[in-house]
Design a protein around this ligand. Structure first.
Ligand code: GTP
Ligand code: MG
Length: 137
């Protein structure tokens, strides 16, 4: 068993998809071990996405991720990181497989409904960014 970190992004919250997305996540066998409704500050978003600092869409990404509340969560399952990225689908919803969360609920490559960690190492870093030990069950 291991863990991944996710965020339901501002677009999906605005569009009323929190419940449907959490249902897909739990139905796929992920256990929620930490969860909160919160909003990223500009500094939070710049730090969280520091790896994309030099990309042309960085400003747009920070603007988007800070414009409204998100749901942040740590999820537990065997093979969590890889299985969760399969469940959410490709970054660009136009390329995402049928039935994936991004295919169903994302708007565009930028406003793509959910985040999923891309490695066990980043899952641990991202989880610790959002949650203290006492908030993880
Ligand atoms: P995350 O799970 O959010 O990390 O998505 P990802 O791993 O599928 O994609 P990546 O890490 O490459 O990019 C991070 C985020 O930047 C994406 O989820 C998008 O929100 C945004 N992004 C990526 N490419 C583009 C782009 O070409 N234009 C815009 N506006 N945003 C982009
Ligand atoms: Mg990524």
């Amino acid at each position: 068993t291991n863990r991944t970190f996710t965020m339901i992004k501002p677009d999906a919250v605005e569009n009323g998809h929190i419940g449907a997305i959490l249902e897909k996540i739990t139905a796929a066998g992920f256990k929620i071990v930490a969860m909160k409704f919160t909003q990223l500050s500009t500094r939070d978003a710049e730090e969280f996405y520091a790896i994309h600092k030099e990309r042309p869409f960085f400003g747009e990404l920070v603007e988007f991720m800070t414009r409204g509340p998100i749901v942040a969560a740590i999820l537990e399952k065997e093979n969590a990181v890889e299985d969760f990225r399969t469940l959410i689908g490709a970054t660009n919803p136009a390329e995402a497989a049928e039935g994936t969360i991004r295919k169903l609920y994302a708007t565009s490559i930028g406003e793509n409904a959910v985040h999923g960690s891309d490695s066990d190492e980043n899952a641990a870093i991202e989880g610790a960014f959002h949650f203290s030990g006492r908030e993880i069950f």
